[in-house]
Design a protein around this ligand. Structure first.
Ligand SMILES: [Zn+2]
Length: 309
């Protein structure tokens, strides 16, 4: 079987800090900890995964928009705006946009042909403005959440998502569709070659999806968005504080069950400080260029220099 997947790397569009109960639920209700938390979790990455496929460059998630720290009107006003400020704080430098970070990896934003969104929260949709030439892929269930009357309170800012000029592909996951992937009974194969396969992983949001990347001779990768904020928490079935508990637990268990089929599976959450090192150790290090300014180490093991391929 030919290997359609080339280098897999990651970049981070700045850093985010969230609350302890957001990283790992302590059972208290969301509104309680959101209003009472005093401390922040320490800096975490806002990962965008960059996958070279023989048909073109694919992104998994698009990061946080720098406008969110420079434009006072980026967030909604009133109570939703207050809650967004309590939820997370961001630091995004002038060279930490999606476009600039891709340059740091040796790519041009124009190279991106597809961007898959794990879900539609702010720190995953931030690059959409820069991707009008690409096709944007998300789940239909996630898109449907945009129409909820409380969408803004659910973390969905429609005016930064439903942008003019974007082309969307919205996926359904009816039971029995596609290849069963371990305990997942429906899937969507992006290129019909088995290399990049999406599975529904609801819980954090109703329409969250994860991306399985299968590569010849290298461990498979599972990019999980915000199903978890740290691989070790996911392994111990500790769930984050945002989302529906039942769905998060079921998805977490399904992912852990998937390890039976893929014992060397590498789990890559969007905001896991350990993700860059795990990706590098899994042979995701075929970097075309190193990016030393990445706060979480870029995706190459430090000191390897760069490899052409
Ligand atoms: Zn999220």
């Amino acid at each position: 079987m030919p290997n359609p997947v080339g280098a897999v790397s990651l970049l981070s569009t700045g850093i985010v800090e969230i609350r302890r109960q957001h990283v790992e639920s302590d059972g208290s209700p969301l509104l309680w900890w959101l209003l009472t938390a005093r401390d922040w979790s320490g800096p975490r990455p806002i990962n965008v995964y960059v996958i070279e496929h023989e048909q073109g460059l694919v992104l998994f998630d698009t990061g946080q928009d720098r406008a969110s720290v420079t434009d006072p009107n980026y967030f909604p006003g009133g109570i939703p705006g207050f809650l967004y400020r309590r939820l997370a704080r961001f630091e995004i430098g002038g060279r930490e946009t999606l476009t600039q970070r891709l340059v740091g990896l040796g790519y041009d934003i124009a190279d991106v042909r597809w961007a898959v969104l794990s879900h539609l929260h702010q720190d995953h949709i931030g690059g959409l403005r820069e991707l009008k030439h690409a096709e944007i892929i998300a789940s239909a269930a996630e898109w449907a959440s945009l129409n909820r009357p409380d969408a803004a309170l659910q973390g969905l800012m429609r005016r930064h998502i439903d942008l003019p000029g974007l082309s969307w592909r919205l996926l359904q996951f009816p039971s029995g569709q596609g290849e069963p992937i371990g305990p997942f009974d429906s899937s969507y194969d992006l290129f019909d070659d088995g290399s990049l396969v999406l599975v529904p992983t609801p819980g954090h949001t109703p329409g969250s999806v994860s991306l399985l990347v299968r590569r010849e001779g290298k461990p498979p990768l599972l990019m999980v968005g915000d199903v978890s904020y740290a691989e070790d928490l996911l392994r111990r079935e500790r769930i984050p504080g945002i989302g529906k508990r039942k769905g998060l637990l079921a998805t977490t268990r399904a992912i852990n069950t998937l390890r039976a089929a893929y014992p060397d599976l590498v789990i890559l959450p969007a905001h896991d400080p350990g993700a860059a090192d795990r990706l590098a150790a899994a042979g995701g290090a075929d970097l075309r260029a190193r990016n030393d300014s990445q706060p979480f180490g870029g995706s190459g093991p430090r000191g390897t220099g760069h490899q052409n391929h």
